[in-house]
Design a protein. Structure first.
Ligand code: RTP
Ligand code: MG
Length: 135
């Protein structure tokens, strides 16, 4: 089923010059870049994006991290793009993410885990509206 998902190449991955490597993995899987931009994320945008975690103890650190430097936001499309992307990204904790996944290959910290991918069609629609309000 063709669908869209919202991907963030988080500030840790961008700072490590891994943006191209990460986008290439999505493209090789068969996903298509529909929109792409570099963002200096306002605090309010990060808080809105991660609103479901507002009551969690790590929320402040999560927002600090997402706003700590530029990130790359993308809309990807393709067959089951949401599930396919999350498979490529790997488990939330990089130490539990499979080798071969982005988090499994490149990260060790749950708080600096390289990439975000929408977790449902409803999330994807909401997040595309947050990061690409002009579309
Ligand atoms: P994301 O939303 O960033 O794609 O990550 P996810 O779906 O795999 O995980 P989620 O549960 O949505 O958590 C969002 C982000 O919060 C941070 N986190 N820290 N310290 C902790 O126990 C903890 N748990 C989650 C992670 O950076 C995660 O990506
Ligand atoms: Mg999530």
């Amino acid at each position: 089923m063709a669908e869209k998902t919202l991907i963030l190449v988080k500030p840790d991955a961008f700072a490590r010059n891994l943006t191209g490597e990460i986008l290439a993995r999505f493209e090789r899987k068969g996903l298509t870049i529909e929109a792409l931009k570099l963002v200096h994320t306002p605090r309010e945008t990060a808080e809105t994006h991660y609103a479901e975690h507002a009551e969690r103890p790590f929320f402040g650190e999560l927002v600090d991290f997402i706003t700590s430097g530029p990130l790359v936001a993308a809309i990807l499309s393709g067959n089951d793009a949401i599930k396919a992307s999350r498979q490529l990204i790997g488990a939330t904790n990089p130490l539990e993410a499979a080798t071969g996944s982005i988090r499994g290959d490149f990260a060790t910290l749950v708080g600096e885990n390289m990439v975000h991918g929408s977790d449902s069609p409803e999330s994807a629609e909401r997040e595309i509206g947050i990061w690409f309000p002009e579309l």
